[in-house]
Design a protein. Structure first.
Length: 91
C-alpha cells in the first residue's frame, strides 16, 4: 500500500488509486491535500528509503525532491527547488 501510494499517487499523480488504497472518507481527505500538493510541486519525486512493518502498522522513510511551481497554502510559487528532504509516513 505505501509503495503504491508513493509511486502511483504522490509521484505519478493517479488520484483515482486512492479509492483502492483507502476508505471513501480517507480517500477524500487524501485527495484534499495530495491534489493541491501535486499542483504546487508537479515535478515531485519520492524515493522510498526504508519500510518497516509490525502487524497492521507500516512506517516508511523516503526522500522527496521537487520545485515550487504553483500556489501552496496561500504562498505564491517561488520556483525554488528542494532536494532529498527526508520524510516519514506511518500507516
Amino acid at each position: 500500500m505505501i509503495t503504491r501510494l508513493v509511486e502511483e499517487v504522490l509521484v505519478g499523480g493517479n488520484l483515482e488509486a486512492l479509492d483502492q488504497l483507502y476508505t471513501p472518507a480517507m480517500a477524500r481527505v487524501a485527495r484534499g491535500w495530495i491534489g493541491p500538493f501535486r499542483a504546487s510541486f508537479p515535478d515531485t519525486r519520492m524515493q522510498i528509503v526504508q519500510l518497516v512493518s509490525d502487524g497492521n502498522t507500516v512506517a516508511a522513510r523516503f526522500r522527496c525532491t521537487g520545485t515550487h511551481l504553483g500556489e501552496w497554502r496561500g504562498h505564491a510559487p517561488t520556483g525554488r527547488r528542494f532536494e532529498n528532504i527526508d520524510e516519514a509516513m506511518l500507516r
